[in-house]
Design a protein around this ligand. Structure first.
Ligand SMILES: Cc1ncc(COP(=O)(O)O)c(C=O)c1O
Length: 390
């Protein structure tokens, strides 16, 4: 097994993790009441990490601690549950450092991710997509308990080395890159490692910084890797008291923002990053209104809030728009489907088979949320009738 080392010539793969740039998103803030430079929205460009996402940071911190502490010894296989990006990071590190990797993941991850994992040579244990990332966690716990001698169970959801990667790395980078002028930090919650680590450190550096978490607004959503905490297995490293505020994001808004970033900012990002940008823009809008009313400039003084730095947790170049997980639809309950209940299987002539996940309301006004196994993004917004029970 080899470890990372800094040599005089070139650098190791591990040395390439972190120290990512901050990108200004001026096109998005141009229409705000207080346009740049008074309000600046900045994204941390995590896709330049060698595995293509922010999860390289947590994975390498977990692996390096396990090597140091003698938990990942020669002959042992690294095991963890992942919705994709941490798996890619582990698989890349396993290949570069010489240890085998087994990953438990929902089988509906994108074909692109499956191909990447297979190229790195990781073993995959597929779990039921209906059980989401929690099903993968349960499977990994089961395997770790059954074969303690075979596996080092990395447990990204419960391993302190996850959030510590962001406490020591990501947060200090942001502080330096913004010259300490950051006022708000927004990031999505998956394991919560990014948010916990960055928030703890930023609050130490300046307790006035507002740290705002973003999570899906419903248990059934298209955010790969993010958790709806009210209904999910709560990650042991998650401390709900740390956030100054929590925002809840509909999947559809993130899709719209992903498109907007592609068309307006030249950025192709995944749904989670787009959701974080949408949340950060909401915060920027609220603050720009508040800032204008409260601005000292209105009283004839120099503006004191020039260059407010805003940050969102840009994540992953791996999950591109178009490679979304199974779609979730909110549809008005059509006449033919009255009586459909949660869990019921349905078929639509055009869109194939699906499962009713939520039924809200009664009678004519009732709405169903249905997940269809096979269909694309553009169908997400469509309304349609003729659901048949199967
Ligand atoms: C694309 C993406 N964004 C965000 C997250 C969440 O980050 P964290 O696990 O640090 O909360 C993940 C986690 O898997 C992810 O894959």
């Amino acid at each position: 097994m080899t470890t990372a080392s800094q040599s005089l010539l070139g650098m190791s793969l591990l040395d390439r993790i972190g120290n990512t740039p901050l990108l200004r998103l001026d096109a998005l803030t141009a229409s705000l009441n207080a346009p740049p430079p008074r309000v600046q929205l900045l994204g941390k460009v995590e896709w330049v990490n060698p595995g293509g996402s922010i999860k390289d940071r947590a994975a390498s911190s977990i692996v390096q601690a396990a090597l140091r502490e003698g938990k990942l010894t020669p002959g042992k296989t690294l095991l963890d549950a992942t919705s994709g990006n941490t798996g890619i990071a582990y698989a890349m590190l396993g290949s570069a450092m010489g240890f085998p990797v087994t990953l438990c993941m929902p089988s509906n991850v994108s074909a692109e991710r499956k191909n990447i994992l297979s190229a790195y040579g990781a073993q995959i244990v597929w779990t039921d997509p209906a059980d989401g990332s929690d099903g993968a966690i349960r499977k990994a716990r089961e395997l770790a308990a059954e074969h303690p001698g075979t596996y080092f169970y990395a447990d990204q959801y419960g391993n302190d080395n996850n959030w510590l990667a962001h406490y020591h790395g990501t947060a200090n980078e942001i502080w330096r890159q913004t010259e300490g002028r950051i006022t708000h930090f927004v990031a999505g919650l998956g394991t919560s490692g990014t948010f916990m680590g960055v928030t703890r450190r930023l609050h130490e550096l300046n307790p006035a910084i507002q740290c705002i978490s973003m999570q899906p607004d419903s248990p059934f959503n298209g955010f790969e890797g993010l958790k709806h905490m009210a209904t999910a297995l709560i990650p042991p490293i998650y401390d709900p008291t740390l956030a100054d505020r929590n925002l809840y994001m509909p999947t559809e808004r993130a899709y719209v923002m992903a498109k907007r970033l592609g068309r307006m900012q030249g950025l192709l990002v995944g749904v989670s990053a787009a959701g974080a940008v949408a949340a950060a823009l909401d915060v920027a809008e609220q603050e720009s209104h508040a800032g204008r009313e409260a601005s000292p400039k209105d009283k004839g003084e120099e503006p004191s809030i020039d260059n407010i730095a805003r940050f969102f947790g840009a994540k992953s170049g791996a999950g591109r728009p178009g490679a979304f997980p199974r779609p979730v639809m909110n549809i008005p309950q059509p006449n033919g489907a009255s009586g459909l209940k949660k869990g019921q299987r349905v078929r639509h002539a055009k869109y194939g088979e699906g499962t009713v996940l939520v039924r809200e309301g009664d009678g004519e006004d009732a709405k169903l949320t249905v997940v269809f196994e096979r269909h694309g993004l553009k169908k997400l917004m469509e309304k349609f009738a003729n659901l048949q029970k199967i």
